[in-house]
Design a binder for this molecule. Structure first.
Ligand code: F0G
Length: 454
């Protein structure tokens, strides 16, 4: 069949409140043109993030009732731990309330002044958690990964030559090599199994731990199945196990590829490191058998991990992003190619060449999407990355707008509506003006900066 259907039917629905353009104009001004300040009730299609926004299955809802809320040694923890180890056979699994908590604990143990942490591309919370300890974060993705038009099948790959050179030069200060699969900040681009193995080999050659940020591991595994010839006939589950076989640990946000609304974990093989991390976990998250989560959350994750490797689901999931990207391209709206898994990344800098990067073309497009159609998206560009620690402002490598697809939430007619809103914007795109920032915090300004249209 040509039509790839949503491989589920809907038995609980959540109504969407419709709004008018006038209403949205007022709401935008009240939110100082920052979509993080808009109330969710005032959004028609919320593509702000795929994180924590998944629809749970009936089996997950049922698992919630079975949650064991004991403080220590709960049955939920052992179900969670077994589900994690089934796919990622690490020795120690520490539950955390979300991904950044795992990062904070990890870098509180291995970070610090003088420390340098290379990755393909650190996600912003990972970078911030590294920098908060006084350490430095470095992005060493392949050059193709920074070119929105390059059709390389694995644009999330680590640049192995640069990694070698980096380790040869800075080896002494490097506690680990990280790899984000898929590479979210770089456009949701996957990393090949070959590159994962080669990155592990380079790290180990220099005596460094190899750690994976596994947020969207299942989507990455399905891309490997689709695009890496030698893997075409393998089960996604087995590809996942191979992706992590050479790693020494992982950080994870269960809010992505575990279909959970909250949760995460830090997994490690090293006993000493795990012990230090566990001590920190007790301080900041909770006892090691719940780590900042309710027993019911642990059960939702355990069930979610069984569902996420379903290949019918993954085929539908990846097709959804590709479908929207193809239709946007047909309208002349440039997107990062090839389309990623969890999101479509629109190249706002190319789409709006009359708006200079320091007037935030990405934010301008995100604001227009809300005004025109009540769609909430997220700028990933100069607003997010442009402010340097010394207070200077520089254009980011790209100015993108991310349309992140919540898992199992929206249907094809929602996708068609999004395309139609773009069609209306594209007709009059010359009229869009940039923005200026009238207030900002010192760090992670995209969450709370206030803007004014030019
Ligand atoms: N790593 C990656 C690659 C991520 O995409 C995220 C979160 C995290 C780590 C942190 O996980 O949110 O559970 O603390 N990404 C979300 C997003 C916020 O919208 O892309 P968290």
């Amino acid at each position: 069949m040509r039509t790839i259907i949503e491989p589920f039917r809907i038995k609980t629905v959540e109504p969407i409140r419709m709004t008018t353009r006038d209403e949205r104009q007022r709401l935008l001004a009240a939110a100082a043109y920052n979509l993080f300040a808009v109330r969710a009730d005032d959004v028609l299609i919320d593509l702000l993030t795929d994180s924590g926004t998944s629809a749970m299955s009936a089996a997950q809802q049922a698992a919630l009732i079975g949650g064991d809320e004991s403080y220590a040694g709960s049955a939920s923890f052992f179900r969670f731990e077994a589900a994690v180890k089934n796919l990622f056979p690490f020795k120690h699994v520490l539950p955390t309330h979300q991904g950044r908590a795992a990062e904070a604990i990890l870098f509180s143990v291995i970070g610090g002044k003088g420390v340098k942490v290379p990755s393909n591309t650190h996600f912003d919370t990972t970078r911030a958690n590294i920098e908060a300890t006084g350490a430095e974060a470095f992005d060493l993705v392949i050059a193709e990964g920074l070119d929105p038009n390059n059709e390389h099948p694995f644009k999330g790959n680590m640049d192995l030559a640069r990694l070698e050179a980096f380790l040869a030069e800075h080896g002494a200060g490097v506690p680990c090599v990280m790899l984000t699969v898929t590479n979210n900040a770089g456009g949701g681009q996957p990393v090949s199994l070959e590159n994962i193995r080669a990155t592990a080999a380079v790290a180990h050659k220099y005596g460094k731990r190899f750690l994976i940020d596994g947020c969207r591991f299942a989507e990455n595994a399905f891309f490997i199945k689709l695009r890496e010839k030698s893997q075409a006939n393998r089960r996604v589950e087995d590809i996942v196990r191979d992706m992590f076989a050479d790693a020494d640990g992982m950080t994870m946000s269960a809010k992505k590829d575990a279909f959970a609304n909250i949760g995460g974990w830090l997994a490690l093989n090293d006993d000493t490191l795990a012990q230090s991390a566990r001590e920190r976990l007790i301080l900041t998250e909770g006892f090691p058998t719940y780590g900042g989560l309710a027993g019911r959350d642990l059960d939702a994750i355990a069930q979610g991990l069984k569902e996420i490797v379903d290949e019918d689901y993954l085929a539908y999931r990846l097709r959804t992003s590709a479908y929207v990207a193809e239709r946007l391209e047909a309208l002349g709206v440039p997107t990062v190619k090839p389309s990623g898994g969890h999101a479509i990344f629109v190249d706002a800098r190319t789409f709006l060449p009359h708006i200079p990067p320091l007037n935030y073309p990405g934010q301008s497009l995100a604001v227009a999407l809300y005004l025109e159609g009540g769609i909430r998206s997220c700028e990933i560009g100069t607003v997010m990355f442009g402010l340097q620690s010394d207070g200077r402002e520089v254009p980011a490598a790209m100015d993108l707008v991310r349309l992140a697809m919540p898992r199992r939430v929206y249907t094809q007619s929602h996708a068609d509506y999004v395309v139609e809103v773009f069609e209306n914007i594209a007709k009059n795109k010359e009229r869009l003006r940039g923005l200026k920032i009238v207030w900002q915090p010192r760090r992670m300004r995209h969450f709370s900066a206030k803007f004014m249209p030019l």
